[in-house]
Structure formats: C-alpha cells, structure tokens
Design a protein around this ligand. Structure first.
Ligand code: SF4
Ligand code: SF4
Length: 134
C-alpha cells in the first residue's frame, strides 16, 4: 500500500535527516518523486511512502508533530488549452518546470508528468486556464 505525499519543511528543518529516521522508525519504504526549495528556503518533497497503512498514518502524524506540512497528493492539474493566451505568467511560478514556452509554436506547454499539483499556477493564471481536478 503506497501513498503520495507533498511535504513542506520549514527552513529550520530543511537539513535534518527526518525522512531516513522516519522510514526506520515506522518500517516504511520511500521513493522521492521531486525535491525542491522555495524562494523562502522552505524544503518541499514529493514522495511515495510504501508499507503498512496504519504505520503510514502514524508516520504522517509524526511529521505533522515535528512541524512539517503534509498534503496527500490526490489531485491533478490540467491545462485547458482553449483558455490559454500564452501570456507566460505561469512559467516562472512553477517550481518543477512543468510549464514552458515551446520555441517552435510559441505556445505555453504543460507536462502533467512533471506537475506535482502544487496549485501555484492556478493563482498566477489570469484566464483560469489551469484547473484542479480532485
Ligand atoms: S500545479 Fe502548476 S505550478 Fe504547480 S507543479 Fe503543476 S504546473 Fe507547476
Ligand atoms: S498564465 Fe494561464 S494564460 Fe498565461 S500562459 Fe499560463 S496557462 Fe496560459
């Protein structure tokens, strides 16, 4: 049983070995899907935890107790192409490079594979071309 999570570490916790001690303590496996640091120097990890569901729940409670923000990744972001005006406002906002300008077509492109559904581009888009599917 696996769960995909987005973890947000405050800057005070960024260099602590929280994940390795977590998997030892709760006997879980993990696979890091993305890792990036925000401009505010908070650490973000997207990872999949695999193991006993009860232990995953305990691990999530443990993380929250340490001050880590935990969000289940059960959402998907989609681009509605007809609404996009290729204004590029979303591109610099995306922390994982899931939005970019295609130099041949001059169209803004979106990769659902790279996207971690953080939702930042939804706020940046003036035409509501980026939408969340739950
Ligand atoms: S939700 Fe938007 S900003 Fe966040 S990763 Fe996906 S494309 Fe990038
Ligand atoms: S901000 Fe919206 S309209 Fe502008 S390029 Fe991005 S998706 Fe398209």
């Amino acid at each position: 049983m696996g769960k995909k999570l987005v973890l947000n570490f405050p800057s005070s916790l960024v260099d602590k070995p929280i994940i390795s001690s977590l998997v030892r303590e709760f006997n879980l496996d993990f696979n890091i899907l993305k890792a990036y640091v925000t401009p505010e120097e908070e650490g973000n990890l997207v990872l999949e935890l695999t193991g006993d569901e009860g232990k995953i729940g305990s691990a999530i409670r443990h993380l929250k107790g340490l001050g880590v923000k935990v969000e289940l990744l059960s959402k998907e972001v989609e681009m509605i192409r007809e609404r996009c005006t290729d204004c590029t406002a979303c591109i610099p906002q995306c922390p994982v490079g899931a939005l970019w300008m295609d130099k041949d077509s001059f169209q803004v492109k979106f990769s659902s594979e790279k996207c971690i559904a953080c939702g930042i581009c939804l706020k940046a888009c003036p035409t509501r071309a980026m939408v969340l599917r739950i």
